[in-house]
Design a protein around this ligand. Structure first.
Ligand code: CMX
Length: 437
């Protein structure tokens, strides 16, 4: 076993009694109540999922294993001269809850590097897609085809004890995560670079290798590390994480889970918003002939979008009630390195003018920007101009947290997910009865 797997095994063995005790001794304790508006309105705020990988506070933002994102950036090991930590360190933290040493991260870098080679048929599947397909459909399908490689599925078929489920799930997860940059850059090369694919460099870490395969010079290695770490997890109730967890609860293998979660991420109210933001910005830029609009002009574009019945992409959130720290960290980076760029000035201006407009409109519960309001502008500046590809980048990062969640789901024996549905008539009857009381 690798050091990481040994450590994970120890953590799992220590954690299992906690979960078991909760079930045995406190299983009937009431945690939450549910209203009709929550049932009809997308189950907002109902506390009915459990994860220890990350937690989202509406005012503070996300914590990974108890650490805020600035703490994660500060405390995880970095490559010499790098501004952001190794992505592998983030995986280690999310899996174990511990901050890895430089040596432990290096072991994981080596381990993942050995698992990068893609089966030939994955390239063939991507090649078979019509060239105008969305990269997220290709990404999801490429992952799905690898289900045949699943060790978990093989072991399950042979007969495996429930407490051992996490072990092949861990192996499958590492095998898959190692391959995601390969899959994504192959898709990128096929759609946007006439098939000119750059082979992986086995001596580079996850972020640096991704930048290498994208053919983009420094500091894109660091930009990639920042991007993947920021997008890694957002507790387990969002559409992508919840989909991964739900599919995994039927003991589907990790390839089926991650492919499914990618499909959830591909919606415009979730991960696709990063693409929508750039589309919106470029549209304004074209109308302005490339110059930065005045605040009055920009306000008009925002109101026009709202009046046409569309949302302002990159603003609002189902849980957050403040500016997303993932936005702020990207904004800090952008102001430090590329603050004079027109596209960053656009993003900056939107931060000033959109929240008061959304407040004036009076619909959005959270008028502040989320992670997607910024990520695309940084990618665009560093040379990834094909905004259709941005959600794939989100998907690579998000897979890290979802794999960590699913490994722990299996380790703690979480059940098949199966909430109960009721009919509209039943709800009406409940409503009437509650009024009589
Ligand atoms: N622009 C315009 N209207 C918005 C809005 C925005 N950015 N955000 C919310 N609203 C509207 C909603 O559409 C809703 O309108 P209706 O009552 O007409 O349906 C109303 O305000 C209330 O919505 P809410 O409770 O504040 O928000 P939800 O929890 O329902 O939805 C989200 C959250 C993110 C889908 C929504 O804010 C939105 O559509 N934002 C724009 C898309 C976006 O940036 N998504 C990415 C989120 C981060 C991520 O997952 O990657």
């Amino acid at each position: 076993m690798s050091n990481l797997k040994d450590k994970l095994y120890e953590k799992i063995e220590n954690w299992r009694p906690r979960t078991q005790r909760l079930l045995d001794e406190h299983g009937d304790v009431v945690v939450d109540q549910v209203t009709i508006s929550q049932i009809v309105g997308g189950m907002r705020d109902i506390q009915c999922l459990v994860t220890d990988i990350s937690n989202l506070d509406p005012a503070e933002g996300i914590r990974y294993r108890g650490f805020t994102l600035p703490e994660v950036f500060e405390k995880l090991p970095k490559a010499p001269g790098a501004e952001f930590p190794y992505v592998e360190g983030c995986l280690y933290l999310l899996l174990t809850g511990d901050l890895p040493t430089q040596t432990e991260v290096q072991e994981l870098i080596d381990e993942l590097s050995k698992r990068r080679i893609l089966p030939r048929y994955v390239y063939d599947v991507i090649d078979a897609f019509p060239s105008n397909s969305h990269p997220m459909a290709m990404f999801s399908s490429a992952i799905l085809t690898m289900s045949r490689e699943s060790l978990f599925a093989k072991k399950y078929e042979q007969g495996m004890r429930k407490q051992d489920y996490w072990n092949p799930m861990y192996e499958d997860s590492l095998n898959l995560l190692a391959k995601l940059p390969e899959i994504a850059t192959y898709i990128y090369a096929k759609i946007y670079r006439n098939g000119k694919f750059i082979e992986s460099n086995p001596f580079l870490d996850f972020g640096a290798n991704f930048a290498f395969m994208m053919g983009i010079a420094k500091p894109y290695d660091d930009v990639s590390r920042m991007h993947f770490i920021l997008h890694a997890d957002h507790e387990s109730g969002n559409v992508s994480a919840h989909t991964g967890h739900l599919v995994g609860s039927s003991l589907s293998d990790i390839y089926l889970c991650i492919s499914a979660m990618i499909n959830g991420l591909a919606g415009p109210l979730h991960g696709l918003a990063n693409q929508e933001v750039l589309k919106w910005l470029l549209d304004v830029m074209e109308k302005m002939g490339g110059r930065v609009p005045s605040e009055e002009e920009m306000k008009k574009f925002v109101w026009d979008t709202l009046k046409s019945g569309q949302v302002i992409p990159g603003f609002g959130h189902a849980v957050l009630r403040k500016t997303d720290p993932r936005y702020l960290l990207q904004h800090q980076f952008a102001l430090k390195h590329i603050g004079d760029e027109t596209i960053i000035k656009y993003v900056d201006m939107l931060y000033r003018i959109v929240p008061p407009i959304l407040l004036e409109q009076g619909k959005a519960k959270n008028p502040w920007p989320n992670v997607d309001a910024h990520s695309g502008a940084i990618q665009w500046y560093y040379g990834v101009r094909e905004y259709d590809f941005y959600t794939v980048l989100f998907g690579i990062g998000r897979s890290i947290g979802i794999c960590a969640n699913i490994i722990w789901d299996r380790a703690l024996g979480y059940s098949l997910e199966r909430p109960k549905s009721i009919t509209t008539e039943m709800l009406e009857n409940i409503a009437v009865r509650s009024k009589k009381i």
